[in-house]
Design a protein around this ligand. Structure first.
Ligand SMILES: NC(=O)c1ccc[n+]([C@@H]2O[C@H](COP(=O)([O-])OP(=O)(O)OC[C@H]3O[C@@H](n4cnc5c(N)ncnc54)[C@H](OP(=O)(O)O)[C@@H]3O)[C@@H](O)[C@H]2O)c1
Length: 345
């Protein structure tokens, strides 16, 4: 089997490489990034080629390609990979809302990856854990509406933003200033900032719009009432979401926890029972990288009918929110050797 990873040197590409080694240990690898270079990975030095080389007429094809590039470069290289005969999982936003392209979450809707499908899109890093928590509830009860507030880690913005954040945080916190007033008020370190990129006439940012539109597509509910507010918090890895989920009928917390605790009805969810949220933090995700951590399930105090749930969901944005989901989805096409990366649904 021949597997290609575009963007292999980036945060998501490196995680993808780790998981490809687990799922298909004997695969032949072709790695691409912005330029010819070498990368070290798991004590190996691997050659990486410039993605431009894919456009050479003599470039050979392969079986499976993972694309971890920005939207613009995905749009450029995905058609070429398809032409070369690869089945492609693209992790950017470029194809997610294309009606011809399945948008898949391992554990929710990977049945969409039939033999005829050649290109699938990997959802946004907050949409994946949120839909993993909501889909099991939606299979049992009617979900009427969802509101979500996200607290997203800096690594979601890629390796350059993460390294800049780490360096500025180190320098910033070395100074004895309890207010942090010397830090840049519009930057990430020591700060919480709106995830405000590409805000449109609706007033919502592209990140907020992605969470809304992608959740509707994955849950096959095009008119589902969803609203989202997203911000970035000064955390390296691990996205955290507080959601309010309105169901069509009243439920007990024990009923909800029973659904989410059952691995067969809620794949890739780790329920942390009770209201305290013990074990439910961004850093806990980094220790449990391939699950959505779900907990703090309570009745919303505004809803006397007890139909609305307050729920917290957290997940490693580089793994469950990106690389793990892509590799699980690809397991539908090419069953791998790691049971935790296989998907039934
Ligand atoms: N980070 C997350 O939490 C997350 C989660 C879900 C989805 N995603 C999506 O996944 C994609 C990758 O994100 P990331 O965080 O891994 O980004 P990243 O860390 O910034 O890595 C970007 C990758 O793109 C390569 N690249 C840059 N310019 C290129 C060019 N002109 N031609 C070919 N390759 C080029 C880089 O190669 P060089 O090393 O050679 O520069 C690097 O391998 C994005 O679409 C992002 O939205 C990210």
């Amino acid at each position: 089997m021949r597997i290609c990873i575009l963007g292999a040197t980036g945060l998501v590409g490196r995680e993808t490489l780790t998981l490809v080694d687990r799922a298909w240990p004997n695969a032949e690898l072709d790695l691409y990034a912005s330029r010819d270079q070498e990368m070290t990975h798991a004590d190996r030095t691997l050659p990486v080629r410039a993605a431009l080389r894919l456009e050479d007429p003599e470039t050979e094809g392969g079986d499976l390609a993972f694309v971890a590039l920005d939207d613009q470069h995905s749009r450029r290289y995905v058609p070429r990979l398809l032409e070369l005969g690869y089945r492609v999982i693209d992790k950017s936003n470029a194809f997610r809302m294309d009606p011809e392209v399945p948008l898949v979450v391992g554990g929710v809707n990977c049945e969409a990856l039939t033999g005829e499908v050649k290109l699938a899109a990997n959802p946004n890093c907050t949409t994946i854990p949120l839909t993993l928590a909501i889909a099991p509830l939606a299979r049992k009860w009617d979900v009427v509406s969802i509101a979500a507030a996200s607290y997203q880690a800096i690594s979601g913005a890629g390796v350059a933003a993460l390294d800049d954040f780490l360096a500025k945080s180190k320098a910033g916190y070395e100074r004895a200033d309890r207010l942090g007033a010397h830090l840049d008020a519009s930057d990430y370190s020591g700060n919480t900032v709106p995830h405000a990129g590409k805000t449109d006439d609706s007033g919502f940012s592209s990140e907020e719009r992605k969470l809304v539109a992608e959740s509707r597509k994955i849950l096959s509910r095009p008119a589902l009432a969803v609203s989202a507010q997203c911000c970035r918090v000064p955390v390296a890895v691990g996205h955290y979401i507080n959601a309010w989920i309105e169901l069509g009928e009243s439920v007990t917390l024990a009923e909800v926890e029973a659904v989410l605790a059952d691995e067969s009805s809620s794949p890739f969810v780790r329920l942390l029972p009770g209201p305290q949220g013990d074990g439910l933090s961004a850093l806990h995700c980094v220790a449990d990288r391939d699950r959505a951590l779900v907990g703090r399930i309570r009745h919303d105090l505004r809803d006397e009918m007890r139909r609305t749930l307050c729920v917290t969901v957290a997940a490693d944005n580089l793994r469950l929110g990106a690389a793990t989901n892509a590799v699980r989805a690809a397991n539908r096409w090419f069953p791998g050797q790691d049971a935790d990366l296989a998907v039934v649904r």
